[in-house]
Design a protein around this ligand. Structure first.
Ligand code: PGA
Length: 241
């Protein structure tokens, strides 16, 4: 696991965007695993700039997102479909048919989840998976639990995650209680993983990821046994390591 400590959020975002851009430059058909949340917003803005100045081309890039809320319309401003359009897809030349965000409104979520993992395999697997980390060390919506979930599935969000995400909604009551998320196995099959963390509220999660036993109660701890992980953290998120 390689750890890159950055001064601040801006530097973290630039370093992360450089890593993703290198992937696209070395393989025009790169399969990107993408994350939502506040953390990668700056990275997406940097990637959009790199596209606009001709440094990278998304025309053959394929993407798979980590997760989506269940039963939130795609057009809702809090849906991850909306987020991805707003922050990346509407500003670069990625083909909409090459972008995949889990369908939180699928009729049969279990069947759809199985298909989502198959779609990733059929695309050749993910070349680089971007991850944030929750204050409880979740990755995607893999919440602390007694066992690691392998494949994509429906998950119940922890109260702490609902509270953390309520900043985007009018109130915690409006935050969906369920989501569909890639599992730890889906994430683990990625050839490379890029985890970003910024701010003091992530310091404990970053510390636990690096120091706890590998334990499904600290979901990110499993990343320590993946062969190709880069962690990019700012000073505050790195304050305990
Ligand atoms: P955040 O979310 O980037 O909005 O902090 C990260 C996460 O919960 O995985």
């Amino acid at each position: 696991m390689k750890i890159i400590k950055c001064r601040d959020y801006e530097q973290m975002s630039r370093v992360a965007a450089d890593i993703v851009a290198e992937e696209i430059k070395s393989n025009s058909k790169a399969v990107l695993g993408l994350a939502t949340g506040s953390t990668p917003e700056g990275m997406y803005a940097e990637l959009v700039s790199k596209y606009k100045n001709g440094e990278i081309d998304f025309s053959e890039v394929v993407s798979f997102n980590l997760d989506e809320y269940i039963n939130l319309p795609e057009e809702d401003v809090n849906s991850y479909h909306y987020f991805m359009n707003q922050h990346l897809f509407n500003h670069v030349n990625i083909k909409k048919e090459n972008t995949n965000v889990p369908d939180g409104n699928a009729k049969d979520i279990d069947e759809y989840s199985r298909r989502y993992d198959e779609m990733i395999s059929d695309a050749g697997g993910i070349d680089i998976q971007v991850l944030g980390i929750g204050p409880n060390a979740h990755i995607g919506f893999n919440e602390p639990s007694s066992a690691f979930k392998v494949g994509t599935s429906k998950v119940k969000l922890k109260k702490s995650t609902i509270e953390a995400n309520s900043r985007f909604f009018e109130s915690a009551d409006e935050v969906p209680k369920y989501a569909i998320s890639m599992g730890i196995g889906s994430i683990f099959r990625s050839k490379k993983i890029l985890l970003l963390a910024s701010g003091k509220e992530k310091a404990k999660a970053v510390y636990d990821m690096l120091n706890s036993e590998i334990d499904p109660k600290i979901p990110a701890s499993i990343l320590r046994i993946h062969p190709n992980v880069v962690v990019v953290v700012d000073e505050k998120a790195a304050s305990l390591i």
